[in-house]
Design a protein around this ligand. Structure first.
Ligand SMILES: [Zn+2]
Length: 372
């Protein structure tokens, strides 16, 4: 099974099938907390597959067989202790890709010329990797989360210098400075460990957990790559239990992510208002994509609308049916937002999927920050 990351999505998005062997994309919510009986997941999938098969069977492609193959794969069962969402992509002998995701997805079956990647993109964008570095004067612990799962951890314990029982008044000052020096040394080592872990498992954000009198020094010791990633500080003791650390980190990470999305939408709004560096609304965004001017595509989670793609120059458009670029006739596409996300990924743009952002909804649910 392939690990889910930006690279995997990009490679999926670049897969193009031939008309008689279209791509079947299946997303299934298998969250055991919502669907305690696996049989319920199976019967939901059976219904989706039946509906999709009704739509495609007249075309006599390989899709019907691929749909059955996915159904059989799911009927074979899966371990739901860690898996809450399933994504499968199939195209005859050319493509078979299964992602078992620790987060939920929305039920969906799509038969199209390319894999339907938007839900995967949403998952990767909504749950960026993050690290948590906890430290006190003796202990340092580093945790890394990907898709809200703990994927790496590292611990360090530096014993403090022993306090000699017979220390007289004269030695107390010396003793204190020895302890201080040991603590400085320890925080350096903690920062070093964080960087070593980051090299193994790079992450987007870093959350620091240390007492107020230590946290500035801890941050100052971080490698500059990590300093740039510090997104929040939390008040969790270095000796806290793993579930306690994970729970606090999730809450903070969610706020960080929503805050980041809000900042992107702010930038988008003011640049668009100034008429420089950004466009908003579907027609303008699709034109910018066709001109390869998009740096970041910003889209509201759940936004779906039909549109057009030109068979000649492959430009996307909100309105059909004649292409404004090359004059050829365009074809109707069911969800032009999905197509726009795929094009953006192929152009190596960043895609920002915003959840519950009313400001973005007001300006047309989609926008783009431009390269030029
Ligand atoms: Zn065209």
């Amino acid at each position: 099974m392939a690990p889910l990351n930006q690279e995997a999505i990009r490679s999926l998005a670049s897969f193009k099938s031939v008309p008689e062997r279209p791509v079947v994309s299946v997303y299934l919510d298998v969250d055991g907390r919502r669907w305690p009986r696996f049989a319920d997941c199976e019967s939901r999938l059976e219904r989706l597959v039946r509906d999709a098969d009704d739509r495609v069977s007249v075309e006599r492609t390989s899709a019907s067989e691929d749909l059955r193959r996915v159904l059989n794969h799911v009927r074979g069962g899966l371990d739901r202790t860690r898996t809450r969402g399933l994504a499968v992509f199939a195209s005859a002998d050319e493509l078979w890709e299964v992602f078992e995701l620790p987060v939920r997805v929305k039920d969906q079956v799509v038969v199209n010329q390319s894999p339907h990647v938007r839900q995967l993109e949403r998952v990767v964008d909504t749950y960026p990797g993050f690290g948590v570095l906890l430290a006190d004067r003796q202990r340092a612990r580093m945790f890394v989360y990907e898709l809200n799962q703990l994927v790496d951890r590292s611990e360090l314990f530096d014993e403090l210098p022993r306090h000699p029982d017979d220390a007289g008044d004269r030695d107390r000052g010396h003793e204190r400075s020895r302890l201080e020096a040991a603590a400085h040394q320890h925080l350096k080592r903690a920062a070093h460990i964080a960087f070593e872990v980051w090299k193994q498992h790079p992450f987007d954000h870093l959350i620091l957990a240390a007492a107020p009198e230590l946290v500035n020094e801890l941050e100052a010791n971080l490698h500059s790559y990590l300093k740039d990633r510090v997104a929040a500080r939390i008040n969790v003791p270095a000796g806290a239990s793993e579930p306690e650390i994970t729970a606090s980190a999730m809450v903070v990470e969610e706020q960080v992510e929503r805050g980041r999305e809000a900042a992107v939408v702010d930038r988008l709004r003011s640049a668009a208002a100034a008429g420089r560096g950004a466009v908003v609304g579907l027609p303008a965004v699709l034109s910018a994509l066709a001109e390869r001017r998009v740096e970041s595509l910003v889209v509201s989670d759940g936004y779906e609308v039909a549109g057009w793609r030109c068979g000649g120059c492959s430009q996307l458009a909100a309105k059909g049916r004649t292409c404004t670029v090359c004059g050829q006739e365009m074809e109707l596409v069911e969800d032009v937002i999905e197509e726009a996300v795929e094009d953006a990924l192929l152009q190596s743009c960043h895609v920002e999927v915003c959840v519950d952002n009313a400001d973005l909804d007001v300006i047309g649910r989609i926008g783009a920050l431009l390269r030029f």
